[in-house]
Design a protein around this ligand. Sequence first.
Ligand code: GRF
Length: 209
Amino acid sequence: MSGRTLDAKLPIGVIASHGGTNLQAIIDACTDGSLDARIRVVISNNSRALALERARRANIPTAHLSAVTHPDPASLDAAIADTLASHGVELVALAGYMRKLGPETLSRYRNRILNIHPALLPKYGGRGMYGEHVHSAVLAAGERVSGVSVHLVDEEYDRGPVIAQAEVPVMPEDTPDTLATRVLEQEHILYPRTIQRIASGEIDLDSLA
Ligand code: GRF
């Protein structure tokens, strides 16, 4: 982001609920040098998330923060914001995080939280539009093209400004599963690439919101 020295790596935090294949794509891009970022912490609401295991394998600090560890929503919100801040995180990437962030995290990281969504927003987004539901709706509508969106996160699901998109063809024989697989491949390319465009200063998040 602007103001960074050329050799400084953008400190990012990733929050994920499940498998973490997008997390893995970001880890791999940091390792192969195509992304000038360093993941400082991975947070999950799910202590058994494969995402946490992927982080541990890459020697990235992890935190399990959920309604189990923090039954009070405000204290969970504060714990998430504090964990990100204490690891020096400047940019947050949601990668399959199945919860809403609270007001404290949203305000402390305003315009600094990204999400990836497996469709071309503003279509097929919002409450209940996740996983197979998205791809089933795309197929039911007879779309010829679907895709991937990276967007800024605000108080509502999938509503913040879109930063980057990639189109994916829908095939006549597609099932939700086959479409999901084709879309996910593009997610793994678009997410690290978009974070790199932010890290390099090519995308100025403050000009979007
Ligand atoms: C992805 O399809 C992403 O678009 C959505 O959740 C899924 C996460 O997959 N927000 P993974 O955990 O990164 O494999």
